[in-house]
Design a binder for this molecule. Structure first.
Ligand code: FMN
Length: 367
């Protein structure tokens, strides 16, 4: 089954939107990492529903319970088991939808694959599954911060027609968290919030784009050829529900430049080799080059709409329905912690693999 992710730092998530609970098992985290429940809870609090008028009104405390793998504030090197119980599932909202295929949702494809599904709140296709990723991502974040003093920072850069250019070099967590839409530009944030509220008032929804950056990575993270950093990041990020695309550096814009305009020229930067510009997004040949790793993830408009829509049921009968459940009119603000988590998980995995990729590093580790 396909509910695990990673090679050396592995997460397995479990749970459905309206089941008893959800969670994660993190395997491969080295022993001795300082970590407590509060570090994990902090990340879950950023993700939890019911935070503002532009997110779903489902109220979940999302209180994490650590079952194993952490003792006296440090990791044991054994599997870290974490569970988050569901508290505010209103499953009767979904009674009428049992046999219905909601447009833009995974109802039809889950039935096509499994023949049987938990229809309540989207089951496992729901973004509630992300509590496991975010809890696992918090462990990865602690590892990256301890070893490298860095972790992923992501923000909302576009909601529908409102777009800004954010400089990944200078963006800060304070600016991102200063408003409910998590856009570091306050003027653009107000326009985005207005647009989301206007769409919500009509029962409609909006999509957009998230930017991310990680500064301070060493050169050489990533495993050619199939597990390139870009390939693993793209897979990790595309596993977040509602994602449409992932790009690195200038992304598609690179197609409009000539090679002369696009190449980042190498220079000596004190004790390391770096590049003058960073159009590549900090990756060459699928490995980090020591410059900030940066890119974008795009998301579609939320599938749940509070207006009449035509569809069919399991038997192919045509019908019209209107959703009743609570939903995010725009998934972007709450997807920011998902992006952070998935990027941190990939980097933690590659950091552990990096250590064993070179004999001199291994000798040093064993000396
Ligand atoms: C943070 C976040 C919140 C989401 N909230 C909702 C929601 O409230 N309603 C909804 O229809 N979809 C929501 N989604 C998206 C659906 O889970 C997803 O679109 C659906 O399962 C179909 O999968 P796909 O879009 O990947 O094809 C959310 C996604 C994310 C990342």
């Amino acid at each position: 089954m396909n509910n695990s992710f990673g090679h050396s730092f592995v997460i397995t998530t479990f749970g459905e939107s309206h089941g008893v609970g959800l969670g994660v098992v993190v395997d491969g985290c080295p022993a001795g990492l300082e970590l407590c429940e509060a570090d994990i809870q902090r990340e879950l609090d950023r993700r939890k529903p019911g935070q503002s008028r532009i997110t779903t009104s489902r109220k979940e405390e999302d209180r994490v319970q650590v079952l194993s793998g952490i003792y006296q504030g440090r990791t044991l090197g054994t599997p870290i088991g974490m569970v988050i119980y569901n508290g505010d599932a209103k499953s009767d909202h979904y009674d009428d939808l049992k046999d219905l295929y909601r447009p833009g949702h995974a109802d039809f494809t889950y039935d096509a694959r499994f023949g049987f599904r938990d229809h309540r709140g989207g089951g496992r296709a729901s973004n509630r599954e992300a509590v496991g990723r975010v809890a696992g991502g918090a462990v990865a974040k602690a590892l990256l911060e301890t070893l490298l003093g860095t972790a992923c920072l992501s923000w909302v850069e576009q909601v529908h027609q409102t777009k800004i250019l954010v400089d990944p070099q200078t963006v800060t967590l304070e600016a991102i968290e200063a408003n409910e839409v998590r856009c570091p530009d306050p003027k653009a944030a107000s326009l985005m919030i207005e647009a989301i509220l206007a769409a919500k008032a009509k029962g409609n929804s909006l999509g957009g784009k998230i930017g991310f950056v990680v500064k301070g990575l060493p050169a050489g993270l990533g495993a050619p050829v199939f597990d390139k950093l870009t390939a693993d990041l793209a897979k990790a990020l595309m596993s977040i529900p509602a994602t449409r695309s992932v790009s690195f550096g200038l992304g598609e814009e690179a197609t409009l430049l000539t090679g002369l305009e696009h190449n980042d020229l190498f220079v000596s930067k004190g004790n390391r080799i770096g590049t003058v510009t960073n159009r590549a997004g900090g990756v060459l040949g699928g490995m980090s080059n020591g410059e900030p790793l940066w890119g974008h993830v795009t998301f579609k408009p939320t599938a749940t709409l509070l207006v009449d829509q035509d569809s069919v049921n399991r038997s192919g009968e045509a019908l019209t329905f209107k959703a009743k459940g609570r939903h995010d009119p725009c998934v972007l603000p709450r997807a920011v912690p998902n992006v952070d988590a998935m990027v941190n998980l990939v980097l933690a995995d590659h950091l552990l693999r990096f250590v064993s990729a070179d004999l001199s590093r291994l000798k040093k580790a064993l000396s």
